[in-house]
Design a protein. Sequence first.
Length: 105
Amino acid sequence: MRTDFQRTQAFLSLSLTFYEFALVGDGDDNSTYSTHELHDILVALNLAAEPSLGADAHLRSLTTHFDALHKPRGMEALMTGMGKLYDQGYRVTTADKAHLNRVME
């Protein structure tokens, strides 16, 4: 029982952090990702960011990466990616905080 609770809590924490990462990656808070923002998100997660791959390939790559983060050290890899976005000037904005608060209610 305790192991299941810990696993669920870790999954929720990782999911919320990934959501925060996605919010931070939307640098202008317009609820869409520009080509530049998408590129920065992919690069921050060490994923292929070649525009010729197309949006569908990028989405599959992000989804696969999110699923893989549930393995050991996933949170560390996600936080490293978040740090890369912060290094480029991305920040948690007031709008981002409002989105996170709505999700956690």
